[in-house]
Ligand binder design. Structure first.
Ligand code: GDP
Ligand code: MG
Length: 446
């Protein structure tokens, strides 16, 4: 058995292409993880909300820097996952049991046998266990973090196994499918099951990644016939056989160990940065919503105190322009006031058309009707104010969308954007909110 050390996994050493100065996959993966960790544009609140993922990134970097590689078993309870790892390790490190659920947590063991002090075998609880949702989640988590997954089965694939296999394959998780307990089958049966496994996993993993093992064969009855023809029944336990798997793993690690490690890190970095991006968008939207509302109140109150004709409400105003500049800053792009004015003109133009054709008179009458705060003069005044509030609200929504799409109206153009916003807004409830906000402000002012 050749001796192999995972030192070759360390990124400081060139592994595959000597003399080539282009960055190695491992270096690239490390780089992307470091970028994620140290990107100071990511708000601390988002960092905190993803704290455990960030911790994982650190662990992963640490693992790569030490040239460690993680191989985890995955599969139904009692298929022999723990037994398989014990057989690879050559000692009973993990608990094996005929009862369901012997393994309750993820356990690590260094694979010392090959003097590869960087390879770790990880035992996991099984999937689809009765009342074992937490354990199942843990198994998925561990598989998701490992560089290589040994998907263990003990016969043809069940539906839940097939689903899990598909999930892992979709995640591009490197994986071997291990058909364990082959000692329980005749040669003919094994061939048949193997063929089935190949068919059902077609497109999910290559046939050569399907291997057989008997991790812990059970006792069997043998008939021994001596020279005199006397028959004797003897019970013997065949030796464990994981040679095919061990040899395959050995070759795979030697050939592709560093790629496996890099692939896993990249997959993780990719997933995390998607999550970070989604949370940043959500956080920006949250701030934008509050900002828009505060400008709506300002404008609504101003118009309520000093009513102007409805046509002028929609026209560009100082309040709207300030809001648009503010929104642009939230989305990380500074625009000037005249640019903001142009933008409002575009939005206002669409709104004016739609207001005239769709809800012109209707809007002002519903603004008058909505709510009954009991202060009649304030109510009349605030009807105009509510319309102003509403129009600023629409301008804010449209401008936010424009900035969120990187200063673009998208393919459908501004008309469609404004129309969709108007259609999706609940006019009544916004007007009601507007009146409540305005009346509250007017009351505190007088
Ligand atoms: N016949 C046979 N039984 C096995 C083999 N491997 C494991 N077992 C048995 O299957 C049961 C479950 O094994 P275990 O390793 O605890 O399964 P796990 O839940 O997947 O970790 C135990 O009773 C083992 O003795 C095998 O290769 N052949
Ligand atoms: Mg187990």
């Amino acid at each position: 058995m050749p001796k192999w050390s995972l030192r070759s996994l360390k990124s400081s050493e060139k592994t595959s292409s000597e003399g080539d100065n282009s960055p190695q996959p491992l270096e690239l993966a490390q780089e992307s993880l470091r970028t994620l960790l140290h990107d100071n544009r990511i708000p601390s609140a988002i960092r905190e909300s993803l704290a455990s993922d960030y911790q994982q990134v650190e662990q992963m970097l640490d693992k790569m820097e030490h040239g460690h590689l993680h191989i985890a078993v995955f599969g139904r309870v009692s298929v022999g996952k723990s037994a398989l790892l014990n057989a690879l390790l050559g000692e009973k490190r993990f608990g094996v049991s005929a009862l369901h659920g012997e393994t309750t947590q993820a356990n690590f063991a260094g694979w010392q046998q090959f003097q590869s002090d960087g390879v770790f075998l990880i035992d996991t609880p099984g999937i689809n266990e009765i009342s074992g949702e937490d354990r199942e989640r843990l198994a998925h988590e561990v598989a998701g973090r490992s560089d290589l997954v040994l998907f263990v089965v003990d016969g043809d694939l069940t539906e839940s196994e097939l689903t899990a296999l598909r999930t892992l394959a979709k995640e591009n998780r490197p994986m071997l499918l291990i058909f364990n307990k082959i000692d329980r089958y005749t040669k003919k049966e094994r061939t048949l099951i193997l063929e089935h496994l190949q068919q059902r996993s077609d497109g999910l993993l290559p046939n050569k990644h399907i291997l057989t093992a008997s991790a812990l064969p059970s006792e069997r009855l043998y008939i021994h016939v001596d020279e005199q023809g006397n028959e004797e029944e003897v019970y013997k336990t065949p030796k464990a056989d994981v040679t095919q798997l061990r040899d395959y793993l050995w070759q795979l690690l030697e050939r592709e160990g560093h790629t496996l490690s890099a692939l896993n890190a990249s997959l993780f970095a990719g997933k995390l940065s998607d999550q970070v991006a989604a949370r940043i968008i959500a956080a920006k939207h949250n701030v934008a919503e509050k900002v828009v509302r505060s400008y709506c109140v300002t404008k609504g109150v101003a118009v309520a105190l000093n009513p102007i004709p409805i046509a002028d409400i929609v026209a560009a105003s100082a309040v709207d322009a300030t809001m648009v500049v503010h929104l642009s800053r939230i989305y990380g792009m500074q625009i000037k006031r005249d640019e903001a004015g142009q933008l409002i003109k575009t939005i206002g133009g669409q709104m004016a058309l739609l207001i005239a054709t769709v809800w012109g008179v209707n809007l002002i009458s519903s603004a008058l009707k909505a709510g009954s705060a009991g202060l009649s003069t304030l109510l009349t005044a605030s009807a105009q104010g509510a319309v102003a509030y509403y129009s600023t609200f629409v301008v804010g929504q449209a401008a936010e969308q424009y900035f969120a799409q990187g200063k673009s109206w998208g393919e459908s153009g501004p008309k469609q954007v404004v129309k969709t916003i108007l259609n999706n807004l609940n006019q009544e409830s916004i007007l009601q909110q507007a009146r409540a906000d305005i009346v509250r402000h007017l009351k505190t002012q007088t």
